[in-house]
Design a protein around this ligand. Structure first.
Ligand code: MEV
Length: 416
């Protein structure tokens, strides 16, 4: 006898929802919430579609990248991230703004070959280089129309058992996962035919070290003064914090998490695969065999200078960007028209986010700035309406260590 969950994906939307509701006892209000957020178009992106999951979107203002002003839409659930990014953007954009460069933009991938002689495969690839690139391009010919295509091929020995054939492809404005995977599968088939070798898999690499944005930004130390420290002291403390992130993996991970707060939020707003950007960033942070902070800050004369190299494997077209209607709106808000602009704006936000986090950490500490937004979140999560918020917040600010119970009591009094 068939299980009622069999072929769940074949059931109608109403049937799927009914099955879930019956199993877990969803209330009418919960069902309404699911319906309210359901979006049939974006639902087509995933299987077993249930609803859409809205996250807050805000805008970072005042970011200047390579002389151009950008507003940057950011999607995040974390309070303080957008305020901090705006703060960092303002500091870094007071002078010439942030400078970004992209030395190359190639997506890479690999065909893993088992039990083959490195010398023989290397020689074969050397002799047949152009043919391998042609096979790749013929498997996805439209890429040539856009001026892209397979560009490099090399062989690496991974162990006495495994080799990796590495392919690098210019995928134009696309993130390029489908393009390169098609190419790699074509090469894999051809290679196993020609050399009679076993190929274990053919897949893009998320390492993305050929899609790196080099970012630099500076701020006059005088602009960093806090209530109790002068600007030079704050700048030196930020430089110290960045040094610690080069020395210690515990701190480096948190330092980089702060950078990715900004990066991911912008990557999501532009409809890209943030897991790809995350994995590339962290692998890149460990590229020398030790995991380190992705950015460094130094005091040079009267400036605090920040530098970062960050892989940003994203696309301007393709993937979810066409299906999710807000992506085009966000690209327009940010005034970006190409994948390279998008990469630069994303990396610049990462550096701005990092500066703001370090400045807060080495001066007042992170909690002070977080408090206002944390209180808002505490009030909302305990049932305060947006109309009740100002009154609830005013009372919460007077109380040391408020919690859910405090909010509930305040709400009771207000509603009375
Ligand atoms: C919090 O989401 C991010 C920070 O911890 C980053 C950092 O410590 O650099 C504030």
């Amino acid at each position: 006898m068939g299980n009622k969950w069999d072929h769940f994906y074949k059931k109608s939307y109403a049937q799927r929802l009914q099955l879930i509701a019956d199993l877990v006892g969803l209330s009418d209000a919960q069902l309404q919430l699911i319906h309210q957020n359901e979006d049939q178009v974006s639902g087509e992106l995933v299987e077993n579609n249930l609803t859409s999951y809205p996250l807050p979107e805000g805008v970072v203002t005042g970011l200047i990248v390579n002389g151009r002003h950008h507003l940057v839409p950011m999607v995040t659930e974390e309070p303080s991230v957008i305020a901090a990014a705006s703060n960092g953007a303002k500091l870094l954009s007071a002078g010439e703004g942030i400078h970004c460069a992209i030395p190359e933009k190639l997506v890479s991938g690999q065909v893993i070959v088992k039990h083959a002689e490195i010398k023989a495969v290397s020689k074969f690839v050397e002799t047949n280089r152009q043919q391998i690139l042609n096979i790749a391009n013929q498997s996805h010919p439209s890429i040539l129309k856009y001026g892209g295509g397979a560009q490099k091929v090399a062989v690496r020995e991974l162990s006495p058992t495994f080799l990796s054939l590495d392919l690098s492809v210019d995928t134009g404005e696309a993130m390029g996962a489908n393009i390169i995977n098609t190419m790699l599968e074509a090469i894999s088939n051809w290679l196993s035919d020609q050399l009679q070798v076993e190929t274990t898999m053919a897949i893009l690499s998320n390492f993305a070290d050929e899609e790196v944005v080099e970012v630099t930004g500076q701020v006059a130390v005088a602009k960093l003064a806090s209530k109790s420290l002068d600007g030079r002291q704050v700048a030196q403390r930020i430089a110290d914090a960045s040094e610690v992130a080069q020395l210690d993996v515990k701190r480096a991970t948190t330092h980089n998490k702060g950078i990715m707060n900004g990066v991911d939020a912008a990557v999501i707003a532009f409809g890209n695969d943030w897991r790809a950007v995350e994995s590339a960033a962290h692998a890149f942070a460990a590229r020398q065999g030790v995991y380190k902070g992705l950015s460094t800050w130094q005091v040079v004369g009267d400036q605090l200078v920040g530098e970062m190299a960050l892989p940003v494997p994203i696309g301007f077209v393709g993937g979810a960007s066409k299906v999710l209607p807000l992506v085009a709106v966000n690209q327009q808000i940010a005034q970006i028209h190409h994948s390279q602009d998008e990469m630069q704006v994303i990396a610049a936000v990462g550096l701005a986010q990092n500066l703001a986090a370090l400045k807060a950490l080495v001066t007042d500490g992170i909690q002070k700035g977080h408090m206002a937004l944390q209180l808002k979140s505490l009030a909302l999560s305990n049932g305060a309406t947006t109309q009740e918020l100002p009154a609830v917040l005013a009372q919460l600010r007077q109380i040391a260590n408020p919690n859910s119970q405090t909010v509930k009591e305040i709400l009771k009094t207000i509603r009375r």
